[in-house]
Write a protein that binds this ligand. Structure first.
Ligand SMILES: NC(=O)c1ccc[n+]([C@@H]2O[C@H](COP(=O)([O-])OP(=O)(O)OC[C@H]3O[C@@H](n4cnc5c(N)ncnc54)[C@H](O)[C@@H]3O)[C@@H](O)[C@H]2O)c1
Ligand SMILES: [Zn+2]
Length: 339
C-alpha cells in the first residue's frame, strides 16, 4: 500500500493502525539528518513513545553489510520478533537498508517505509527492491520484498536541501516521459516542485509499472530510461554528481538517441531539454567518452546482445530492449555536450 498523507494526524492514524495491531514492538531507523529533521514530526505518535531508535550515518556508505550486521545485532538485543515493526524514516539509503535488514531478520519482520527525501518518495520506497552495496558495487545484495505500507508525507521535503530536491525531481520528469497520464503537461505548466499532486502522480507511474512487472522481466525496464547513460556518468563523476543529476544527462542523451533512432519529435526534445536544465543544468566537463562507453558495455542490464536501452518514440511511447551501437552513443553524448 502506498498512501500519501497530508497532515500529521493522518500519518499518526495510519501508523497507529499498522503498528498498534498486536502490541508490536517498534524500532525506527534513521540517519542523523532524519533524526534531527524528521523524527520530531512523528515522535508524538503514541506507538512511537516506546520505540527504539536505530541511527546510522547519512550517506551511501551506510548501505553496507557491516552496518546491516550491526543493526541485526541491535534487533536481536532488543529481542525483536517477526511480528514486530521496523519503521524506515529517511531517504533511499534508509529505506533500502532498513527494508533489507527487516526482510532478512528472522526470515522477515514487518516494516513500513516513511520516505523523507524526494527520491525516496517517488522512487526508492516504491517497488519492493531493498538492498545494500557490496565490494564497491551498488545494490549488489538485496531482495524483492514489500513493506506493509509506504506512507508519504510531503511536508518532510521542507528541510531537504534544494540540490537533493532538484536531483530527486529528475525521476519525476522520467516518470512523466515514460507515461501517458498527463504528468508531463502538469510539469510544463510549472506546478510547484513539491506539489502533492505531482508527487502522487509520480508515485502512481512507478507503482503502475511495478505492478505490471514486479520482477523486471519486461515493461519495468521502462524505469531504466535515462539510466544506461546516467549510471555511467554517475560512476565517473561520483564526487561531482548526485544520482538525479547524472540521470538528467542520461535522459538528454537517451532522448537524443530516441530522436535519431525512433523519430522522437525534435520540438518536444527541445522543450524537455529546457525543463531539465532548470532543475539540473549540466555542470561537468566531458572528458573521455570511451570510458563511459566501456562502463555501459558492462552494465548489469545488458543480456549479451549489446548495450541495452529503453528509448521513446514519443512521450509515453516506451520501446524497451533497444540495442545501440557504441559509435551512435558517443556521438549522442557529444551532441548533448555541444561538441
Ligand atoms: N530501491 C529502489 O528501487 C531505489 C530506487 C531509487 C534509489 N534507490 C536508492 O536510494 C538511495 C538514494 O536516495 P536519496 O537520494 O534519498 O539518498 P539519501 O537517503 O542519502 O538522502 C539524501 C540526503 O538527504 C538527507 N535527508 C533525507 N531526508 C531529509 C529531510 N527530510 N530533511 C533533511 N535532510 C534529509 C539524508 O540524510 C541524506 O543526507 C541510493 O542508495 C539508491 O540506490 C533505491
Ligand atoms: Zn534513478
Amino acid at each position: 500500500m502506498v498512501q500519501i498523507v497530508s497532515n500529521k494526524d493522518e500519518l499518526s492514524i495510519y501508523l497507529s493502525a499498522l503498528t498498534g495491531l498486536e502490541n508490536a514492538k517498534v524500532a525506527v531507523l534513521v540517519d542523523s539528518n532524519t533524526l534531527k529533521y524528521c523524527y520530531p514530526l512523528i515522535a508524538e505518535i503514541e506507538e512511537l513513545h516506546k520505540c527504539e531508535i536505530l541511527e546510522v550515518e547519512p550517506g551511501e556508505d551506510s548501505k553496507s553489510l557491516e552496518i546491516a550486521a550491526h543493526l541485526w545485532q541491535s534487533l536481536q538485543e532488543f529481542e525483536f520478533n517477526r511480528t514486530d515493526f521496523l519503521v524506515c524514516l529517511g531517504g533511499g539509503v534508509i529505506t533500502d537498508l532498513g527494508g533489507f535488514i527487516a526482510s532478512t531478520f528472522k526470515r522477515g519482520m514487518r516494516f513500513v517505509h516513511i520516505p523523507t527525501s524526494y527520491t525516496g518518495m517517488v522512487d526508492a520506497a516504491i517497488g519492493g527492491k531493498q538492498g545494500l552495496n557490496f565490494n564497491g558495487v551498488k545494490n549488489q545484495i538485496g531482495v524483492f520484498s514489500e513493506p506493509i505500507a509506504t506512507l508519504i508525507y510531503p511536508e518532510f521535503l521542507e528541510t531537504l536541501p534544494e540540490r537533493e530536491l532538484n536531483s530527486g525531481y529528475i525521476e519525476t520528469i522520467k516518470h512523466a516521459l515514460i507515461s501517458n497520464g498527463g504528468l508531463w503537461n502538469k510539469i510544463v505548466e510549472e506546478e510547484p516542485l513539491s506539489s502533492n499532486e505531482i508527487v502522487r502522480k509520480s508515485t502512481e507511474v512507478k507503482q503502475g509499472i511495478v505492478e505490471q512487472d514486479p520482477n523486471e522481466k519486461g515493461i519495468r525496464k521502462a524505469l531504466n530510461f535515462g539510466h544506461t547513460v546516467g549510471h555511467a556518468f554517475e560512476a565517473i563523476y561520483k564526487s561531482e554528481l548526485l544520482h538525479g543529476e547524472a540521470v538528467a544527462i542520461g535522459l538528454l542523451v537517451e532522448l537524443q538517441l530516441s530522436v535519431e533512432l525512433l523519430n522522437f519529435p525534435l520540438q518536444e526534445y527541445k522543450t524537455i531539454q529546457n525543463v531539465i536544465s532548470n532543475f539540473c543544468p549540466i555542470t561537468v566537463e566531458l572528458n573521455n567518452v570511451d570510458v563511459l562507453i566501456e562502463l555501459m558495455k558492462h552494465d548489469k542490464k545488458n543480456d549479451g546482445k549489446g548495450i541495452n536501452f529503453t528509448l521513446l518514440n514519443r512521450i509515453g511511447g516506451v520501446e524497451i530492449n533497444q540495442y545501440v551501437a557504441p559509435d551512435a552513443i558517443s556521438s549522442a553524448i557529444k551532441k548533448v555536450f555541444g561538441k
